[in-house]
Ligand binder design. Structure first.
Ligand SMILES: [Ca+2]
Ligand SMILES: [Ca+2]
Length: 324
């Protein structure tokens, strides 16, 4: 993966020395088609349709008659095409028809510029696809198709994707994709949009993680209910060493009733002993809808089932050579 001689100065333009996958994914040469899309996360049977929205731009103009969403329920060819409609400005949308509860819907966005050149989102489509499960009351991110659902900020290295470790697929989310975190870091990654907990009676955050964080440095899990303006800590901070992925769960019951609940991961460090940092994968926010009776005792309610539900096994070889 790493071409060490260019590690400090990667040249994404020519595809060699790429060491920061997030930078590479977001890198668009001038004139390219840029598709900004927040993946569909919630869909239930009876909604009528599931809207796929995107901001699509191109310096030299788009062929707006050739903007499409391709979708199906198998994840492999062939796909059905739906033309995207204008929603004003650079915004376009297409509506995928209603599907039965439990159906997995796969999709990607196709765009063409005025020269007839095309672009796909997510990159690598149709091998790599967005997906959602109809009727699945949850937000899920396995970090395989980019960090579209997240925004980064703070001081220190920028959170991004890493192929060094993963719990599902080949990628995970980490604070310091290249080596160790920096001294005096205060760097974070937060959900770009909120989850609606106003119609549920219970909610749970679950993710898998591994970490190497010096004892005076900390990883915090935080929650916002005001669109990311303010954050409060959710449970214990993370510190020390955990050498293999373990599942972590945090109750979100205190936030039931809120309409915009976002999760943030934040790493802070002092000036001593910087280490590799924090790897997060397979993140779920699992909702127990109002009206679903919770079982008593120690049994986990059905809606909280944490069964592995990774939608599509990605082909490792299509992304990377063997990782050793
Ligand atoms: Ca993953
Ligand atoms: Ca690191």
């Amino acid at each position: 993966m790493m071409t060490a001689n260019n590690a400090d100065d990667p040249d994404n333009d020519y595809g060699w020395g790429i060491v920061n996958l997030t930078e590479a994914i977001f890198y668009h040469p001038e004139g390219d088609i840029v598709v900004e899309h927040f993946p569909v996360t919630f869909a239930t049977e009876g909604m009528g349709s599931y809207r796929v929205s995107a901001e699509i731009t191109c310096d030299h103009g788009l062929n707006v008659g050739e903007l499409k969403v391709f979708w199906n329920t198998t994840g492999v060819e062939p796909f059905d095409a739906i033309p995207m409609n204008s929603a004003g400005g650079d915004s376009f949308y297409a509506d995928i028809p209603d599907q039965g509860s439990g159906t997995t819907v796969y999709y990607y966005i196709y765009a063409q510029d005025s020269y007839g050149l095309s672009g796909l989102q997510p990159l690598g489509a149709p091998e790599h696809l967005y997906s959602f499960i109809v009727g699945s009351p949850r937000f899920y991110d396995g970090f395989e198709v980019g960090t579209y659902a997240w925004v980064t900020g703070g001081d220190g290295k920028k959170w991004g994707l890493s192929a060094d470790y993963s719990y599902t697929g080949v990628l995970s989310l980490t604070d310091s994709p290249l080596g160790s975190y920096e001294s005096s870091s205060n760097t974070w990654v937060a959900m770009r949009a909120g989850v609606d907990l106003s119609t549920v009676n219970s909610a749970l955050l679950s993710f898998s993680h591994r970490y190497k964080i010096y004892t005076d440095d900390f990883g915090y899990i935080e929650v916002s209910t005001d669109g990311g303006s303010s954050w409060e800590q959710l449970g214990e901070a993370i510190s020390g060493a955990q050498d293999s992925f373990v599942e972590e769960t945090r109750s979100l019951d205190d936030y039931v009733g809120e309409q915009d609940v976002r999760i943030r991961f934040r790493l802070t460090s002092d000036v001593f002993d910087n280490q590799d940092g924090w790897y997060i994968d397979d993140l779920n926010i699992i909702l127990n809808p109002t009206g679903v009776e919770e079982e008593s005792g120690d049994q986990v309610p059905l809606a909280f089932s944490l069964s592995q539900n990774y939608p599509k096994q990605l082909d490792r070889d299509s992304l990377f050579d063997s990782r050793g």
